[in-house]
Ligand binder design. Sequence first.
Ligand SMILES: Cc1ncc(C[n+]2csc(CCOP(=O)(O)OP(=O)(O)O)c2C)c(N)n1
Ligand SMILES: [Mg+2]
Length: 577
Amino acid sequence: MLRQRADARTIGDGGDMGDRITVAEAIGRTIAKLGAAHIFGVVGSGNFHVTNAMIDHGVPFTATRHEMGAATMADAFTRTSGLLTVVSVHQGCGLTNALTGIAEAAKCHTPVLVVTGDTAMGDITSNFYIDQDAAVAAVGATPARIRTAASAVADTEAAIRTAVHGRQTVVLSVPVDLQEELVAFDDTAIPRVPAAPLLVPPAESLEQLVELLATAERPVIIGGRGAWGAKDELRRLAAASGALLVTSAGGRGLFVDDDWALDIMGGFATEGAAELISSADVIVAFGAALNKWTTRSGELLSTATTVQVDDRPTAIGLHRPVDVGIIGDAAPVAAAAADAVAARTPGKLGYRTPEVAERVRRYRYWKDQPFEPRPEVDRVDPQELTNALDAILPIERIVVPDGGNVNCYPGAHLRVPDERGYCIPLSFQAIGMGLSAGIGAGIAQPHRLPVVGTGDGAFLMSLVELDTAVRLGLGMVVIVYNDDAYGAEVNLFEPYTDKLELVRFPETDIAAIARGYRCDGVTVRSIDDLDAVQAWIDGPRDRPLVIDAKIAKFPSWLMARRHRQPTEEGEPVRISH
Ligand SMILES: Cc1ncc(C[n+]2csc(CCOP(=O)(O)OP(=O)(O)O)c2C)c(N)n1
Ligand SMILES: [Mg+2]
């Protein structure tokens, strides 16, 4: 419990209604009472008291080693658990250190509450002073603040309501001078965050959807992040319509055990899966943005009539035009459409022919696609390595890909148990979030093994959080695809220039670095070296295993497909990421 300073002033008209406590304590108790599941943070003077107040009232706390790690862990915890998390940071520089993680969370619409100190009102000469609200708004998060001591509880509840209902990342600034003031506090009077109503679209919209699905010959239904919680309804709708099921990256895992489901669409899809999707005549996306990654820049939707169902009006048609937009929640729309299609076309076969069943089975997973391994001297083929790891790592896992050339190996080759078993922290396309996202998701789901796949560049940018994982005794596997380079940049620019030394590095002994943090570390140069991984799996798993995978240096299949190489006939085409 926070002790009151002897000289603290009393603000607010509390009467005899409750205790008089500091504003910092009132904020912490309100956040705890409203159900925050976990706090991640780096504590300085500006967030010391409020963090202790949350901890004292039952919210577990994880100290991270960098604020970006805190924001990324909280984001991943919320994404994979659906529970509200809190990031706690010092004012000014503590907040700016967290901004990349906050931007990632905001772009993914993750409801995270960031609590940060702020300089005292008008204290613009403080070293810590920045315009926090402007900084936060600039990265797409929502600024909020404690306005007065008397409004502290209401301001805190409003910030949480905005985060939860608006699916926004809210940054609540708490000026340090206000934190010490006293307020009357009655925790039975804290308003509860009201439940959001379900959005059901008008009958005409539903009728349009039913008509399209009832008459489609080769329908495909996509589940995105917004389809979490609607998987049974979507499977029922797909069965009634004779549709195949597939997910965007955000929804990966939703339909894992459905015979008519492909694994994932977009850049990560197998070629056979992409062909099945692009041959669809009607595509209905539920809670998926249909961005350039999901659609392969529109390629996969080029001939189908496209329907987009989303609860946010601004999401409809944002990335590409759609034929029909329906504003509504995935579950009620899918349930109503399933009943109507089933009644109108009972026993409809649609796309579900025996020939397509065989193709779905064959093209579902990357691990089943034939390829010729291309190992180099003392360097393992990354695709072969990932398929081998997929086979030996327990399926009760959470797969977390980082960015870079290698990201398709963990992102597409490692299978997942369900939608909570995949977390892709690439909404901002920043490298270096994988390790922290794996830790956050692992804390949220202790029964599962986090498996992070990252490049050497991304890992070396963020490895300080190994200390956090070791302190927590977190068993996790970090596969570092080590090509001693920013391989994405090498592959991107190699066709045009030989000035590549700025993106190549001397060899790093990542296994040794990891052991320095008290992780287990193994160096893998060939598939035979994976015995050490098997030994770790069979052991106590009470610390991270970092695999320093010295990989052969060539463009991944994803990069090779996305960036055309110069041909003998034509000039190279300049393409950026
Ligand atoms: C924070 C951030 N900085 C820089 C970039 C640009 N970038 C994209 S991929 C990449 C290289 C990543 O290297 P590594 O993690 O080793 O993966 P590789 O490409 O070698 O497989 C860089 C620097 C980025 N996306 N995000
Ligand atoms: Mg690299």
